[in-house]
Design a protein around this ligand. Structure first.
Ligand code: C5P
Length: 218
């Protein structure tokens, strides 16, 4: 089969990662977690000790770090300067700082270029993030925007992280606000995206729906 790019966007806790990976496995595509790239850059920025509000310094660190990410939906690794950061990028410290780092225009420019290059080389790939259908891959074969109620998203995240649901809800709301209101490439629904509310849907149902949509598009 030829080229096929699926863009999956949505807020945190909408089920993006689980659904995207499952879909990629099912259709034999690669998978790119762009959030993990922003997280790995954030890890490097935190390690460097530069001030998060100093955009020039943040951009400098981002430009210098050797970031690598796998595309196997069954398990991909992320390294920064040769250090495996898979666990660290999921920690509270990185999660609390990532929206600030991802709002720096030079960081986005750098990662969007990397993502486009990976997509071009992949051929068949499911890409998840916040700006994939709107900016990174506007010509994607299928664009999906996953949503879910705030309560459902917070419940899913706190189940995943074994954290308190009230604290998780507050952290999610804060991150969504920052990601949706930043000046450059905010979380956005592409006009031609299929919107799917997953509040009442199980993973199998969402994946089945996306497979149907892909088949319809040939
Ligand atoms: O998807 P995940 O929660 O891992 O994303 C972490 C953060 O990375 C988001 O909160 C957002 O600030 C940033 N991000 C982004 N653009 C993307 C993917 C993630 O700005 N395409």
């Amino acid at each position: 089969a030829g080229r096929c790019v699926v863009a999956v966007d949505g807020p945190s806790g909408s089920g993006k990662s689980t659904v995207s990976r499952r879909l990629a496995v099912d259709v034999g595509a690669l998978y790119l977690d762009t959030g993990a790239m922003y997280r790995a850059i954030t890890w490097a920025v935190l390690r460097s000790g530069v001030d998060l509000t100093d955009a020039a310094s943040v951009a400098k660190v981002a430009g210098e770090v050797d970031l690598r990410i796998g595309t196997d939906p069954q398990g991909y690794g992320v390294t920064a300067d040769g250090v495996s950061v898979d666990a660290e990028i999921r920690g509270a410290e990185v999660t609390g700082a990532v929206s600030a780092v991802a709002a720096v225009p030079a960081v986005r420019e750098l990662l969007v270029a990397r993502q486009r290059e990976m997509i071009t080389n992949a051929g068949r790939i499911v890409v998840e993030g916040r700006d994939i259908g709107s900016v990174v891959a506007p010509d994607a074969d299928l664009k999906v925007f996953l949503t879910a109620s705030e309560a459902a998203r917070a419940a899913r995240r706190s189940a995943e992280d074994a954290t308190d649901v009230t604290a998780t809800a507050a952290a999610l709301a804060r991150r969504d606000r920052l990601d949706s209101t930043r000046k450059i490439n905010p979380l956005a629904q592409a006009p031609d995206a299929v919107v799917l509310d997953t509040t009442e849907l199980g993973i199998d149902q969402v994946v089945a729906r996306l497979r149907d949509l892909l088949n319809e598009r040939g």
